[in-house]
Write a protein that binds this ligand. Structure first.
Ligand code: GLU
Length: 312
């Protein structure tokens, strides 16, 4: 069974390579544009804590929007459900991740915590409560990876090209949604986006979410059940930008992508999957990474509504 899983993984990666030429790295953060777009890696962490890898699964890259899942989990743990969702919604926006149109025209608060406006609102709550160092320590635990650090180059590169997120933050401030200053909210938000992870770290985090918030290797509970349930629901409906609906139909696994090329996927009660593929489609999702996940989902029957689930 182990060997079969490794072979499925290898094939999925090789079949997805052809997609790379159709994608582009994100260039609006100049440092991300310098990443080699040919990278492609996948890692599966199964319930017994074993890692199965293929390709560039140990190359470090910045977590970007996947940190929105960690920030949401931290906010729910610290501030509770009511307070967290007091100022950010739980509905898919259908707009691009950095849009401010809906926020300005038709809503008093951001649609959900997985788009920039929602995540900046969450970061503003968190920056009153917790330091970046505490958030880094929390991220290391969730990912079961002590080597995670801040990528200073990417952090400074994003801070130097922050106009759009600054516009979003000022709009949030004008609506009375920010709890700390625009500067403090953005600083925590960008630091969290600039953490260096690997496909392996994301698969470890995926396994913790698949295991109801418990690190299956140590038995330690890291997140409450209700927090995990909430986070996975929002990943399913809003995690893949404005491609979330199609992805849910085709792959059927709660996931979150980032413009650094990462995808975090949670196969409930079975495994966590981490992907790194920095060539992105027009919506900002790893183009080859999605191909890998479509193939894994179909061959391993990972879709949450699959009728028959084999044992791996
Ligand atoms: N730091 C990025 C930004 O705010 C994250 C975007 C993403 O990964 O979707 O633009």
């Amino acid at each position: 069974m182990e060997q079969l899983l490794d072979r499925i993984l290898e094939d999925a990666l090789n079949n997805a390579r052809k997609m790379i030429e159709l994608g582009k790295t994100a260039t609006y953060i100049p440092e991300l544009g310098r990443v080699n777009k040919e990278y492609l890696g996948v890692c599966i962490c199964t319930g017994d804590g074993r890692y199965h890898v293929s390709g560039d699964s140990d190359v470090r890259f910045t977590i970007q929007s996947i940190s929105k899942v960690i920030a949401l989990a931290a906010a729910l743990e610290r501030c509770g459900f009511e307070k967290t969702f007091d100022r950010v919604g739980m509905e898919p926006s259908g707009d691009s991740f950095d849009s401010l149109v809906r926020l300005d025209l038709s809503s008093d608060y951001p649609s959900n915590p997985m788009i920039n406006s929602g995540a900046i609102a969450i970061a503003s709550h968190l920056s009153c409560e917790v330091s970046f160092e505490r958030m880094l320590a929390f991220t290391k635990k969730l990912c079961m990876d002590d080597e995670i650090t801040l990528n200073e180059k990417v952090y400074h590169s994003e801070m130097g090209h922050i106009s759009r997120n600054k516009a979003i933050a000022y709009l949030l401030e004008s609506k009375g949604i920010l709890e700390s200053s625009v500067e403090d909210s953005l600083d925590l938000y960008v630091r969290m986006c600039s953490l260096n992870v690997t496909a392996r770290s994301l698969s470890g985090f995926g396994l913790v979410l698949a295991s109801d918030g418990i690190n299956p290797l140590t038995g330690e509970r890291l997140l409450h059940s209700k927090v995990v349930q909430t986070v996975k629901s929002i990943m399913l409906t809003c995690g893949m930008y404005d491609g979330s609906g199609r992805f849910a139909v085709e792959v059927g696994v709660p996931s979150k992508s980032g413009v650094g090329g990462g995808i975090l996927s949670v196969v409930d009660k079975r495994m966590g999957i981490g992907i790194f593929g920095p060539a992105l489609d027009t919506k900002g999702n790893s183009i080859a990474g999605q191909h890998v996940l479509r193939e894994l989902s179909s061959k391993m029957r990972l879709h949450m509504f699959a009728d028959h689930v084999p044992e791996y």
